[in-house]
Design a protein around this ligand. Structure first.
Ligand SMILES: NC(=O)c1ccc[n+]([C@@H]2O[C@H](COP(=O)([O-])OP(=O)(O)OC[C@H]3O[C@@H](n4cnc5c(N)ncnc54)[C@H](OP(=O)(O)O)[C@@H]3O)[C@@H](O)[C@H]2O)c1
Length: 230
C-alpha cells in the first residue's frame, strides 16, 4: 500500500483567530519575511491544496516565487512549482483564475460525481478533474495524490479544508502564524469552525518550534509522530 502523503497545514490568523476580514479586499496577515518562509515551505512540497472558495476569493498564484528555489527544484528533476490542487462540490471555478492560468505544472480538481460534469465543463481544459465518487474526503484526495507520486502536501486553507484534514486526523504538522492585530468582526472567517478535533484539553498537540519573524509569530505544532520537528 502506498504511504499517504505527509500533510503540512499552513495558516495565518489575527490575534483573535480570524484568517481574513469581511471586506472584499484580501487581508494581508503575513509580512514579507514570512511570505519568503512560506515560499521555502512550498518549494519543499510536491503539491499545494486550497479550497475552491480560496481560489475564487483570493485568486492565489500558488507558485514558488524565488528563482533560486525554482532552479533548485528543476535541478532535482522536479517541476519549478508543486502541483496545484483544489476541491469543489459546486464546480464553480473560473478557468481564468490564476490557480489555473499561471504556471505550467499540473492542476488537479477533486469533485464528487454529482459535480463532475459541470467541473469538467468549467475547467476540464486547464486542469485534470478527478471524480472521487459520492463525496470528496481528505482520505480520498490523499489516496489519489499518493498514487500520483505526491509525498508531501501543503494545505494552505481556507478554514473549511483545514478543518476537514484536522478532524479526519490526517494532518502531520501545523504552521500557525499570528499577525499582531485584531479583526474583531464575526462576519469574517475563522481558522476553523466547530468540530471534533483530535487535539483537545485531554490530548495536547506538541509544539516543535516558536519563531518571531518580524512582527508575526510562527508556531509549529507536531500533529502526528511523522513530524520529527526538524
Ligand atoms: N489566512 C490564511 O492563511 C488563509 C489561507 C487561505 C484562505 N484564507 C481565507 O479563507 C477564506 C476561505 O475559507 P473557506 O473555509 O470559506 O473556504 P475554502 O476552505 O477555501 O473552500 C471551501 C470550498 O472548497 C470546496 N470544498 C471544501 N471541502 C469540500 C469537500 N469535502 N467536498 C467538495 N468540495 C469541498 C467547496 O467548494 P464549492 O463551493 O465550489 O463547492 C467549499 O465551498 C477566504 O476568506 C480566504 O481569504 C485564509
Amino acid at each position: 500500500m502506498t504511504t499517504r502523503p505527509y500533510v503540512l497545514l499552513s495558516c495565518a490568523m489575527s490575534i483573535d483567530g480570524y484568517i481574513d476580514d469581511a471586506t472584499t479586499e484580501r487581508l494581508l496577515l503575513s509580512n514579507d519575511s514570512d511570505l519568503d518562509r512560506i515560499d521555502a515551505v512550498r518549494a519543499a512540497c510536491d503539491a499545494i491544496l486550497v479550497g475552491a472558495a480560496t481560489v475564487r476569493r483570493d485568486d492565489p498564484r500558488l507558485l514558488v516565487r524565488s528563482d533560486r528555489r525554482r532552479a533548485h527544484r528543476v535541478a532535482r528533476g522536479l517541476p519549478p512549482s508543486p502541483v496545484k490542487v483544489t476541491v469543489t462540490g459546486s464546480g464553480d471555478l473560473d478557468p481564468k483564475a490564476r490557480f489555473f492560468a499561471l504556471g505550467d505544472g499540473a492542476k488537479l480538481v477533486y469533485c464528487p460525481t454529482g459535480a463532475a460534469e459541470k467541473t469538467r465543463e468549467q475547467v476540464g481544459e486547464v486542469a485534470t478533474v478527478v471524480d472521487v465518487g459520492e463525496s470528496v474526503t481528505p482520505a480520498a484526495v490523499l489516496t489519489d495524490l499518493a498514487a500520483r507520486g505526491v509525498c508531501r502536501l501543503m494545505v494552505e486553507g481556507g478554514g473549511s479544508v483545514h478543518a476537514q484534514f484536522l478532524t479526519a486526523g490526517l494532518a502531520d504538522e501545523l504552521h500557525l502564524v499570528v499577525a499582531p492585530f485584531f479583526v474583531g468582526d464575526r462576519r469574517a472567517p475563522r481558522f476553523v469552525g466547530d468540530g471534533r478535533f483530535p487535539w483537545h484539553p485531554g490530548r495536547r498537540a506538541r509544539v516543535v518550534e516558536v519563531r518571531q519573524i518580524g512582527d508575526v509569530v510562527l508556531t509549529r505544532y507536531a500533529l502526528s509522530d511523522r513530524c520529527d520537528g526538524g
